[in-house]
Design a protein around this ligand. Structure first.
Ligand SMILES: [Zn+2]
Length: 148
């Protein structure tokens, strides 16, 4: 039953998304933590990640692993403000930067972290820079060079 769930989930993800950012979690370390080990071994995370990578690559996509020390949970996805004292028990992220659009707006911890992981994954493969430089302003430069 577990394998069936893993296959269906990874097929759905691979069919829907060409680029997937994942957090490179320390699986062995998590399994040593008594409180977390049961839920993590039951979830068969290692198998899930292997299936996901295989199916995404088979479809021409890419799974990008973000380093485990990247502060995905402690960073506001909007402004980059860091909540240094955040604990595992804090399930809601509250940005304390008054200039941020999310200032003191409750964000789900995992959703905020997932946005940070996606952005870091895109940065690692250079897609964020391409998106910024491909907005049309660089076309003017090319035209100027051609005309000159
Ligand atoms: Zn913020």
């Amino acid at each position: 039953m577990r394998d069936d769930v893993l296959h269906k989930l990874t097929t759905t993800l691979a069919d829907c998304y060409g680029i997937i950012g994942i957090e490179d979690l320390n699986l062995k370390g998590l399994l040593k933590n008594r409180r977390l080990s049961r839920s993590f071994s039951d979830a068969a995370l290692g198998k899930l990640l292997n299936l996901l990578a295989a199916k995404v690559e088979q479809r021409g996509g890419q799974v990008i692993s973000v380093g485990r020390f990247f502060p995905s949970s402690k960073t506001c996805h909007c402004c980059g403000w860091k909540w240094q004292e955040m604990q595992l028990s804090d399930r809601v992220f509250l940005c304390q930067n008054p200039k941020c659009a999310y200032y003191q707006i409750e964000q789900d911890r995992d959703y905020n972290a997932s946005l940070n992981i996606l952005r870091e994954a895109l940065r690692l493969i250079g897609l964020i820079d391409q998106a910024v430089s491909g907005t049309g302003s660089d076309e003017d430069v090319n035209l100027a060079v051609d005309a000159g």
